[in-house]
Design a protein around this ligand. Sequence first.
Ligand code: FAD
Ligand code: NAD
Length: 477
Amino acid sequence: PDQVDPDPSKKTLVILGTGWGSVSLLKKLDTENYNVVVISPRNYFLFTPLLPSCTTGTIEHRSIMEPVRNFLRHKKAAVKFYEAEATKIDYEKKVVYINDESEIKGDVTSTEVPFDMLVVGVGAENATFGIPGVREHALFLKEVNDAQAIRKRIMDCCETATFKNQDPEEIKRLLHMVVVGGGPTGVEFAGELQDFFNNDLKKWIPDITDNFHVTLVEALPNVLPMFSKQLIDYTEKTFKEETITIRTKTMVKNVTDKYIEAESAGPDGKKQLEKIPYGLLVWATGNAVRPVVKDLMSQIPAQKDSRRGLAVNEYLVVKGTENIWAVGDCAVANYAPTAQVASQEGAFLARLFNQMAKTEALESRLKELSEAQETAPNKQARDEVFTNIKELQRQLRRVKQIGPFEYSHQGSLAYIGSEKAVADISWLTGNFATGGTLTYFFWRSAYLSMCFSTRNRILVIMDWVKAKLFGRDVSRE
Ligand code: FAD
Ligand code: NAD
């Protein structure tokens, strides 16, 4: 039995996920109004903008994690948290089926959770476009364990490359670090990796100096398509100086354990397929829809034509439903799948739900009073009730009606390595595009200010200082 039984007079609000969208909703939600249940396979929030820094140990992963238990315990009314994956949402039955996917399992590993209202904030999974070998051989960069796996693999490649009697070709392969996808994830990771080599690896393992090389492969004609032309040029120039190779107009078609096969235009303009050997392969080609979301979409006729996720209306209600909302990367509302959008959507829903609860409470009180007025024993009692009704009606009018969700774009920021960053910022001077060292300090302070808690902020600063003073830790663990 639950420690806190649900209050039958309140609606049950189930929130899926503990990412940018769901956590921003939870932060501002008045939990007294609903029986709130949170379901997510990870019991922490992850500050993804600094995840690329964890792959090289510039930042330790725990510095950018915030346990949900930590902020849920400060909420006014208790919130239930289940560490589980939602495997199916039954729209008709208003039930979410959940599974404990963690290592330790009790006698009960799967069950169902009923809901009156549901918020889907499960994010997206990594896109592979069905390219053979990607899931088996590449590493992704989305979650904490991805960053840890990359960090370990980098060191493993370096140590294996220096193994006694290793063949020169094999050394070259092992030290070839290939990143597929020239979006911000790929670019930031490539920049961080080159920094790691320049600042630390070269010093600690001088043997690898001549062969360590980072290549970024992108199918389109340029990297960072969401940035202005000027900043794209700046990024490409910086990468060239850092000796990171950018291979644009190169589409990866197949992946094996030791090389990728990529298609590009040859010198004669004809398409050619080439084998690119690698030691580390990081796959960052964007988002795909999660199975649980696909399944929900298949149950709702109005979602038939939606491909990239749950189509929502201007109040973030999943089209074709009345009691399901979606936020973040799993929702399609014509905005880019970014943390910025997800957190604004979450905050919007919190305001909406707080207001809905206020309105409903006043309306039900009004109903009670109207009934009381009819059964009032005398005129004096009737007049008293009438005055109360008038006051409630006045209060009801005062509850601010919430308009539709409007996204306010604060700009795009990305770290590109060697203490440089690029920024497209709309709120400064019309449209302000900047790159360089000053932008890097702006990037650092902006990300610091966005960190979840003061604790996170202090840990991140300490990690930066530590890396500067002692270098990054190259232990393979
Ligand atoms: P997420 O934050 O991904 O959260 C999804 C949550 O759902 C997680 O808690 C997950 O565990 C949970 N979940 C998954 N499956 C299930 C299930 N079946 N049932 C229940 N729960 C489930 N955006 C920016 O704006 N600026 C940046 O600088 C930036 N940097 C980034 C760097 C990296 C390396 C990456 C990968 C992304 C970055 N983004 C950035 C994008 C940003 O992280 C996403 O847009 C954002 O996380 C989306 O928020 P979300 O809440 O939709 O999903
Ligand atoms: P993305 O979708 O932005 O970029 C993926 C890139 O991979 C595309 O440019 C695509 O052309 C390329 N690609 C796809 N298939 C390929 C193939 N077979 N071979 C070669 N290239 C291929 O993905 P992302 O960088 O992971 O970003 C996902 C989302 O998260 C975006 O909305 C992004 O804005 C956001 N994000 C933002 C930041 C930031 O603001 N600093 C950082 C990371 C992510």
